[in-house]
Design a binder for this molecule. Structure first.
Ligand SMILES: Nc1nc2c(c(=O)[nH]1)N[C@H]1C(S)=C(S)[C@@H](COP(=O)(O)OP(=O)(O)OC[C@H]3O[C@@H](n4cnc5c(=O)[nH]c(N)nc54)[C@H](O)[C@@H]3O)O[C@H]1N2
Ligand SMILES: Nc1nc2c(c(=O)[nH]1)N[C@H]1C(S)=C(S)[C@@H](COP(=O)(O)OP(=O)(O)OC[C@H]3O[C@@H](n4cnc5c(=O)[nH]c(N)nc54)[C@H](O)[C@@H]3O)O[C@H]1N2
Ligand code: SF4
Ligand SMILES: [Mo]
Length: 746
């Protein structure tokens, strides 16, 4: 039996053939203790509250300084539902970001050709004057709505206010069309509500957790991983569907090593078993759902035997795993996953998962999905925003009507001039997202960038995207600034504060300050009418019954729920926010838009001879590409590896540990070599690697050229017709034993 600490340690040890070095153990030790035991420092005077920015789970914690007053360590806040007082290895390594000597240090203005990284250092005034001049010029010539904000992370809120005040609401995050968008749309179609972040999965009390691709344990979303490990301790069973033997698979009662890209067939067969063996939650289905009979007819022939031919999973395994779920119902979760943009039919796959949750009656039930609550924090009062004349939707008439948020890749495509479009985007403000590595098909992103009249990048590090900027604005790290109040949904409504633990190093500044300064130059100061961020935060906090002074002391404030409705009572009549007011097994909304109202399996392209499907995922000690240069985390894992099945390695004569190059179906070869990891843990038809390596910006002294980048190899994108998500897993790679010729010469 594993306990939570083992689980996290195991997840660290399990990765990429990595031997955890002695220096890394310190980081793991911190992970389990909070606050540091035997700390010489008095708790009240020397700690300041923070919200981790190493990933988007947004754990709240404390920053401690050492006796010299230097930032020393970050630990979880016990009051915080996201972290329960513990940080994950990445969060614990956060100070590495503050101390990184490669950080962006001062504003930069481009002087040479775009992308050649020829910049001059500039003052903040010069940088802002330059940006404001260009923004005005774009607004005059093309309209303010030709400006877009691409953002991921906390500072985006302030630039969002600026952009809306300027007259554009084209604000996109890659966490939608490159990540969880299809899932959100599918759950809206089915239950009338999205899943949200943190996900409303009641893993703590579940009896059966079904992970389809979702690789918790490598995906280190803190609270979820802790709850999963607690649930395992309490005897919950785990079912993992993954072509790779993930950490989660190693903890599972059933591991279904599915043939990649065939999940929809498995899901339909599961539905078949649940319905035809009468193992669904009859009472719940009758009371709350719509379209059961259509669903039943739809899956009539989709037997486990049918699915076997597609998925390679034995019919008996499909039946047994379905029964396992139904035995646990309603305390069962078919995990909605998070990064679900895989094959382009992702909304439909997510719908099939949602339908199973509906059949098992887990939505709104203990051990299934709870009903989260959020503290509504009012914005600082400001004049109404002007109504934009056009939005990104006008670039896609009749398309993606079911997308609730802006599609980052859609902004990118609509920046490339096209005579069929009335207007193209002309300026981008890019905050905290490394678009070159984040949006698939880099050549298109670069083509878009070459057509921009203005590209402003706000980042903390020199990354691929900053290399292409006209103006680079260096943000101070999360440890050096105040920020937006965190009010994410959870079991109990709560807020958290981030405040500076130290003054910003170098000539770096927080996003709120940049946005306010820009507003002054654009005549939009009425939207930022606070005198100081402290004044603004204090006002906001007082509206919800606390104050800046109190939050500086406690970091996190948890409120009682307004209703006792974490789960709903089976006696209750519930009106779901769908067209029919029911849980829609059959989606009337999809039908109205001309899409399949019930999910249909369609085959995806197979790898050509000599090629393998490119698969990618997460490592517990890194977040995307943002931590690769972090000295503390690089110690834990300094490069990624290519997981290759021994059978395949044998055919190619590849040795374990050998450096190879990967080349995709379009002849794109990885810029850098990657070490082979020969392992039975991946199927023979795919090659797996961790995303976020193979950095191409040589200003990253530790990360440059280490490992290979999956992003480079993802040149084919399968767009989800329902909401515009960019399916990225339809790419295939083969092995090469030398770099591309032109690169070898240079
Ligand atoms: N440590 C760490 N944790 C993170 C992050 C991070 O950068 N680092 N990022 C966070 C973010 S933003 C996200 S969105 C999540 C993403 O994490 P998740 O949503 O959990 O995972 P995915 O990226 O969808 O899936 C990765 C898994 O899918 C498997 N897989 C590949 N192809 C198939 C297939 O065809 N079928 C099935 N069933 N499985 C397949 C892979 O082998 C791998 O194990 O992680 C979050 N957590
Ligand atoms: N090939 C491929 N593409 C993917 C994925 C994948 O697995 N493979 N995953 C997809 C998913 S799930 C997601 S959510 C997206 C994530 O996509 P991104 O959010 O773009 O992820 P990162 O690569 O971490 O880029 C974050 C950028 O923010 C900067 N940054 C970090 N902290 C701060 C800060 O405090 N302030 C500012 N201004 N900048 C900061 C970092 O230096 C980095 O340049 O990528 C998607 N794209
Ligand atoms: S899960 Fe880890 S990296 Fe993400 S916010 Fe929490 S501590 Fe930070
Ligand atoms: Mo994501």
């Amino acid at each position: 039996m594993t306990n939570r600490r083992d689980f996290i340690r195991i997840s660290g040890l399990g990765m990429g053939g990595l031997a955890v070095s002695a220096s890394s153990l310190g980081v793991y030790k911190n992970l389990a203790s909070s606050p540091p035991k035997g700390a010489e420092l008095s708790v009240d005077t020397d700690r300041t509250p923070t919200i981790c920015e190493i990933c988007f789970w947004k754990c709240a914690g404390w920053v401690y300084k050492n006796q010299e007053g230097k930032i020393w360590k970050v630990v979880g806040n016990d009051e915080d539902q996201h972290s329960n007082g513990r940080f994950c290895p990445r969060g614990t390594g956060g100070p590495g970001m503050y101390y990184d000597e490669d950080r962006l240090k001062t504003p930069l203005i481009r002087t040479g050709e775009r992308g050649k990284q020829i910049f001059r250092e500039a003052s903040w005034d010069e940088a802002f004057d330059y940006i404001a001049r260009k923004m005005r010029a774009i607004a005059e010539e093309h309209g303010p709505e030709c400006l877009a904000l691409l953002t991921h992370g906390s500072g985006g809120k302030y630039f969002g206010t600026l952009l809306k005040a300027f007259g554009s609401n084209n604000i996109a995050a890659p966490s939608y069309a490159q990540c969880r968008g299809p899932r959100e749309v599918a759950y809206h179609m089915t239950f009338g509500e999205g899943v949200g972040s943190p996900e409303r999965t009641d893993i703590r009390d579940t009896r059966c957790l079904v992970l389809i691709g979702a690789h918790l344990g490598e995906n280190m979303h803190n609270g979820q991983v802790q709850e999963m490990s607690d649930a395992i301790d309490k005897g919950a069973s785990i079912i993992t569907v993954d072509p790779r033997y993930s950490i989660a698979a190693s903890k599972s009662k059933y591991w279904l090593p599915i043939k990649p890209a065939t999940d929809l067939a498995l899901l339909l067969a599961w539905i078949h078993v649940l319905i035809y063996e009468e193992r669904y939650n009859r009472e719940y289905v009758e009371k709350y759902t719509y379209g059961f009979e259509q669903l039943k007819a739809h899956v009539k022939n989709m037997t486990p035997e049918w699915a076997y031919g597609i998925t390679t999973l034995a019919p008996d395994l499909i039946r047994k795993s379905a029964r396992e779920m139904s035995d646990a119902a309603p305390a069962v979760i078919v995990n909605p996953g998070r990064h679900v943009t895989w094959y382009g039919d992702d909304t439909q796959r997510s719908r099939a998962m949602a339908i199973i949750n509906g059949l098992l009656g887990s939505w709104g039930q203990r051990g299934g999905f709870y009903n989260p609550e959020t503290v509504s924090v009012p914005d600082w009062p400001h004049p109404p925003y002007p109504v934009p004349r056009r939005t990104w939707r006008d670039a896609y008439p009749g398309k993606y009507n079911l997308a609730y948020e802006t599609i980052a890749s859609g902004i990118c495509d609509a920046t490339i001039p096209d005579i069929n479009r009335e207007c193209n985007f002309k300026g981008w403000i890019v905050n905290g997202t490394n678009l070159i590595k984040t949006i698939p098909d880099t050549s298109k992103t670069l083509e878009a960038i070459q057509n921009l009249e203005l590209l402003v990048v706000i980042d903390t590090m020199p990354m691929a995207i900053t290399g292409w900027a006209d103006v680079v604005l260096p943000e101070c790290t999360y440890l050096e600034r105040y920020d937006t109040i965190r009010n994410s949904p959870h079991r109990k409504p709560a807020i958290a504060l981030r405040m500076p633990a130290a003054d910003p190093l170098y000539n770096t500044k927080p996003a709120y300050w940049m946005a306010k300064e820009l507003s002054n130059r654009l005549g939009l100061e009425a939207y930022f009418s606070w005198n100081s961020i402290e004044e603004m935060l204090d006002w906001q906090l007082k509206q919800v019954g606390t104050s800046l002074e109190e939050m500086q002391r406690i970091g996190v404030k948890t409120f009682e729920r307004s209703y006792d409705d974490l789960y709903f009572d089976k006696e209750q009549e519930i009106e779901f926010l769908t067209n029919t007011g029911k849980i829609e097994l059959y989606s009337t909304e999809l039908a109205a838009e001309g899409f399949d109202p019930l999910p249909v399996y369609t085959a995806h392209e197979e790898p050509p001879a000599g090629f393998y499907r490119l698969n990618y995922g997460r490592a517990p000690m890194h977040t995307f590409g943002r931590t690769a240069n972090n000295a503390l985390l690089k110690d834990l894992m300094e490069e990624n590896t290519a997981w290759i099945n021994p059978k395949v390695a044998g055919e190619w004569g590849i040795e374990n540990g050998q450096y190879i190059w990967l080349e995709n179906q379009d002849g794109v070869r990885s810029s850098f070599p990657i070490r082979a990891r020969i392992t039975e843990r991946t199927r023979w038809d795919s090659v797996y690697m961790v995303h976020g390596f193979g950095h191409t910006n040589d200003k990253l002294s530790r990360a440059y050229g280490r490992g290979a980048s999956d992003s480079e190899l993802i040149t084919r994108v399968h767009v989800d017709p329902i909401m515009g998500g960019t399916g990225m897993r339809g790419n295939f790679v083969t092995f090469k034993f030398e770099p591309k010729k032109e690169e070898a010469a240079s």
